[in-house]
Design a protein around this ligand. Structure first.
Ligand code: NAD
Ligand code: UGA
Length: 428
């Protein structure tokens, strides 16, 4: 099929390359001309494992352009993957979505399936239909489909190829789009969940919010376990073996960040309040997450009084491992917090960069340089390379001996065997 993907970010680039790999002809459009120029020179603007290889493999039928008009003319499917960030009141900023609708409207002269892959609040796809009609597009010339995306950064390609489910939301009178969707995704083995437009939008928010809730639950539990000398990992294992609970998303640590969980929980909270429903659970899970950095700051202060004289190596800037994304990163929040207390911070991340200058903070490009003369090392992102550190070597570089494992991802015994002081959360 001929598909125009609009937006060349994490979701747009992954969708474009996976859809091309399934045999479709794909043109991926972005209004950021630099991004498109880079892509046309073989430079991938984000770090996402496997993405470059898939783009190169499919280059005969995967194009990148900023010419939206050409993309629409050549395609029967328009797949929207632009950003939906938070407004300051927590609602979803849908201006990028509606700009796309206004930009495509004048060029829809033959039938198109318009797929919303961006995460949008309940009611948005119905608004999109109305907006297309208001813009003068005949209702016989389009159907709008909600097809939310569930990929994770760092494993985006595999998540899309082996999706747990493909959620498709349709208008009540749309009998055409489901076959088109199945043709577009032909080759994927994932089960389809077909529902209404609002239903599909809600499934996406419900899924992200539930995963965020699991994380906040385990983090709150970890705070309690910490006081009772109970190992939170034993508790997570003990709970997770119950198939009804599942072992996933029970890793205690600094809390969740990223471009989606925080903003999507806020957007669902906003949607609930717009209908006069008090979202008690959504508020509580955010409160736990927002105060989780403080739990670690307290541990740092308890262990290292006089932070003003101390040098702290923070390993990790990205919001999670295997990505360069720092949006709403808890690691970054921790760095800002610790630096405000006067400590000198030496930050290192294999892929991510500090977004701005922070007083007392220096980002170094080399792991050993970050560890050199550190009074304390904090693991803020669970990159594999940090889990595999040679602790004898680490100790030889450090001035002090404190290791704070803010992701509960290290081998405590190994660290202690090397004469270092291990501090995790609920890891007695
Ligand atoms: P992103 O910020 O990485 O990329 C969005 C891209 O859209 C940018 O390159 C931007 O230049 C482009 N764009 C904006 N307006 C445009 C226009 N009018 N025409 C052409 N291009 C335009 O965003 P993302 O992380 O890929 O997220 C996109 C959507 O997918 C969001 O709604 C997000 O919530 C959702 N989502 C993201 C993930 C993820 O892991 N990042 C996973 C699932 C769902
Ligand atoms: C998340 C969801 O997992 C995807 O299904 C969804 O498509 C995506 O959001 C989205 O809508 O954008 P992502 O944000 O890439 O994906 O990353 P996750 O692996 O879910 O991690 C999110 C955050 O939770 C990270 O900061 C991570 O460190 C934290 N986390 C995750 C924990 O603290 N504990 C866990 O057990 C799991």
């Amino acid at each position: 099929m001929n598909i125009c993907v609009i937006g060349a970010g994490y979701v747009g680039l992954t969708s474009a390359s996976v859809l091309a790999n399934l045999g479709n002809h794909v043109i991926c459009i972005d209004k950021n001309i630099n991004k498109i120029n880079e892509l046309n020179q073989g430079i991938i603007p984000i770090f996402e494992p496997g993405l470059k290889e898939l783009i190169v493999k499919n280059k005969s039928h995967l194009m990148f352009s900023h010419n939206l008009r050409q993309g629409i003319a050549e395609s029967t499917i328009l797949l929207i993957a632009v950003g939906t960030p938070s407004n300051s009141d927590g609602s979803s900023d849908l201006s990028y979505i509606y700009s796309v609708i206004d930009e495509i409207s004048p060029h829809i002269t033959s039938y198109k399936t318009i797929i919303t892959k961006s995460t949008v609040p309940p009611g948005t796809n119905e608004q999109i239909i109305q907006r297309l009609q208001t813009n003068g597009v005949k209702s016989t010339l389009f159907d709008v489909v909600s097809n939310p995306e569930f990929l994770r950064e760092g494993t985006a390609i595999q998540d899309m190829i082996h999706a747990d489910r493909i959620v498709v939301g349709l208008s009540a009178d749309d009998h055409r789009s489901i076959d088109i969707m199945k043709k577009m995704y032909v080759g994927l083995q994932s089960p389809y969940i077909v529902t209404s437009l609002n239903g599909a939008e809600m499934i996406k928010y419900a899924s992200n919010s539930f995963l965020a809730l699991k994380i906040s639950f385990i983090n709150e539990l970890a705070r309690i376990c910490d006081q009772f000398q109970v190992n939170i990992q034993d508790v997570a294992n003990g709970m997770g073996t119950d198939a009804r609970i599942s072992p996933h998303f029970l890793q205690a640590g600094l809390g969740f960040g990223g471009s989606c969980f925080p903003k999507d929980v806020r957007a669902l909270e906003y949607s609930a309040k717009s209908k006069h429903i008090k979202p008690i659970m959504l508020e509580a899970l955010q409160e736990v997450n927002q105060s989780q950095v403080d739990v670690y700051v307290k541990k740092i202060q308890d262990t290292l009084p006089n932070l003003k004289d101390k040098t702290i190596s923070v390993l990790g800037i990205a919001f999670k491992a295997n990505t360069d994304d720092i949006r709403e990163s808890q690691a970054l929040r921790l760095i800002e917090h610790v630096s405000k207390l006067g400590a000198k911070v030496s930050a290192y991340d294999p892929k991510a960069s500090l977004p701005f200058e922070i007083k007392n903070v220096n980002q170094v490009l080399n792991l050993d340089e970050s560890l050199q003369d550190a009074d304390c090392v904090i693991i803020a992102t669970d990159w594999g390379v940090f889990k595999e550190l040679d602790w004898t070597h680490v100790k030889s570089l450090m001035r002090g001996n404190t290791i704070i494992d803010a992701r509960n991802c290290l081998d405590k015994d190994q660290i202690e065997k090397n004469g270092l002081n291990y501090i995790g959360l609920a890891r007695p």
